[in-house]
Write a protein that binds this ligand. Structure first.
Ligand code: ATP
Ligand code: MG
Length: 460
């Protein structure tokens, strides 16, 4: 039934889109960016598919004489018959005027100041329409660095100017609460119909203003099944190093959107193709570079596709898991260097390597403590899971992160075969066996005191 509704919506949308494209040239404005206005009766975006709270905000702004538009992904996704992730609103009210209208409003952001209207767990984001900056402005409203990167973007303007400041044409669509019409800029409707992701303005300039737009290009291409247009795609590889200037905290948010939204595998491949993986996981990308198609690539692909499957099955996913898997081989490689160059034993080398790699990673993508702690637990478990004699195996089963550590071992087993695969198999059987069988399995490993290899070391 879901499918029938979905295909109907798409069918309707296609009809609407083809009807509109014929009229579009008549509606073009004289401004830099073409605009087409689609009246309510010619599109399928209905308030019944919108968040009730978003409609409340739109109506209240409108009643107080402000312009109010649902904008961006909300309009794009409704036109496609998808359920939007969130509902963003644009208005000509300033953040302070918005705050005066809503008692449940919080103003946030310095680089890009906007209002959050809170309705329990739902947050409706309301941004004031943005305008153009003066060249090389350094005042308190707008600021760019020497690379053209926007450090502050708080100059307000008209809807036409605002559209020029958005990233892709398919994101520059405004649903007007006043008459329920949609304004689409830069040929966004045709691009939506042709599944083309096209940057507004000169792509290189726009990437320099905000390098995160390169990650967004990848994310939307995979999420919406779109092709990135030639001119939008062309500068990415060369400008990818600009990602280094993005604060690590912002990149953690982008990491989550890229890897925990059901398209991790496709995003991983495309990020690698455009040399953007280096900005998120520099150590992992370096290993890939040196061993294209090797075990690293296989592990990364496997953890991404497993994550996608879990999301498709509505199973829980944690940001820590992919991070732990992506960093496991860099840790092994670094530990090897520490053993040969600093003379550390294998256990100490692994412990130091975990710290070093985690610190280095956090300089690119800052991983909140609770997730880095979980990744560390998972890595530690890779060292502990081979030690199963005596009471150890039973104790490990009760470790709070046993499941995650075991899952990482399973992936390694699948990729590496050999000892890792045997160990993973042993733990699979052990977990599901009754106590008698479990005791027997442990007994078969050797004496209660030690391991068969390296007796004495680490056995206490
Ligand atoms: P989704 O919410 O599904 O990830 P979205 O298009 O709504 O997609 P948001 O990050 O919610 O993306 O942003 C809302 C809108 O704000 C976008 O559609 C786009 O118009 C604009 N926008 C967001 N980030 C940028 C950016 N870095 N540069 C230019 N415009 C942006
Ligand atoms: Mg959104």
């Amino acid at each position: 039934m879901g499918c029938v509704i979905f295909s109907k919506v798409i069918g309707l949308c296609r009809k609407v889109l083809s009807g509109v494209s014929k009229k579009s040239s008549a509606n073009r404005s004289t401004g830099a960016l073409a605009v087409e206005t689609i009246p309510r009766e010619q599109h399928n975006v209905s308030r019944t598919h919108m968040s009730v709270n978003a409609i409340k905000v739109l109506n209240r702004l409108n009643r107080h004489g402000y312009q109010a538009y649902l904008v961006g992904g909300g309009v794009r996704d409704l036109l496609l018959g998808h359920h939007p992730k969130d509902f963003d609103i644009a208005t000509d009210a300033t953040p302070e005027q918005i705050k005066d209208l809503f008692k449940n409003c919080r103003l946030i952001g310095r680089r890009f100041r906007l209002a959050h209207i809170l309705f329990g767990r739902e947050v409706i984001e309301v941004a004031t329409l943005r305008g153009h900056h003066q060249e090389n402005s350094t005042d308190s409203l707008a600021k760019q660095n020497d690379n053209g990167m926007l450090l502050r973007d708080n100059v307000y303007g008209t809807i036409d100017e605002d559209a020029e400041r958005r990233d892709f044409t398919v994101n520059a669509m405004y649903y007007d609460i006043k008459d329920y019409s949609i304004k689409a800029y830069g040929g966004g409707l045709q691009d939506l119909e042709n599944a083309t992701l096209r940057m507004i303005g000169d792509p290189a300039t726009r990437y320099k203003e905000d390098p995160v737009r390169m990650l967004r290009a990848v994310r939307f291409a995979t999420k919406l099944n779109m092709t990135i247009s030639e001119e939008t795609r062309a500068p990415i590889k060369e400008l990818a190093p600009l990602m280094k200037s993005i604060p690590a905290a912002r990149l953690f948010e982008e990491y989550q959107k890229l890897f925990l939204s059901g398209k991790a595998l496709a995003n991983y491949k495309m990020l690698h193709q455009y040399r953007l993986l280096e900005s998120l996981f520099p150590l992992s990308a370096e290993l890939l570079e040196n061993n294209e198609g090797g075990k690293e690539d296989k592990l990364f692909q496997l953890v991404c596709s497993n994550t996608d499957k879990r999301i498709a099955n509505d199973q829980r996913v944690t940001p820590a898991f992919i991070i732990a898997a992506f960093l496991w081989y860099p840790i092994e490689v670094h530990a090897q260097t520490l053993m040969t160059e600093a003379g550390l034993n294998d256990y100490d080398a692994m412990m130091v390597a975990m710290n070093d790699v985690c610190d280095a990673q956090c300089r690119s993508v800052s991983i909140p403590k609770r997730f880095s702690a979980m990744a560390r637990d998972m890595w530690n478990l890779q060292l502990r899971l081979p030690r199963r004699t005596g009471a150890r195996a039973f104790k490990l089963l009760t470790h709070p992160k046993f499941r995650a550590g075991y899952d990482l071992l399973l992936l390694r087993g699948e990729i590496e075969g050999g000892e890792a695969a045997e160990l993973a198999q042993w733990w699979t059987t052990f977990q599901h066996a009754n106590e008698t069988v479990q005791r027997d399995m442990v007994r078969k490993l050797g004496g209660p005191r030690g391991r068969r290899r390296n007796p004495g070391k680490g056995s206490r």
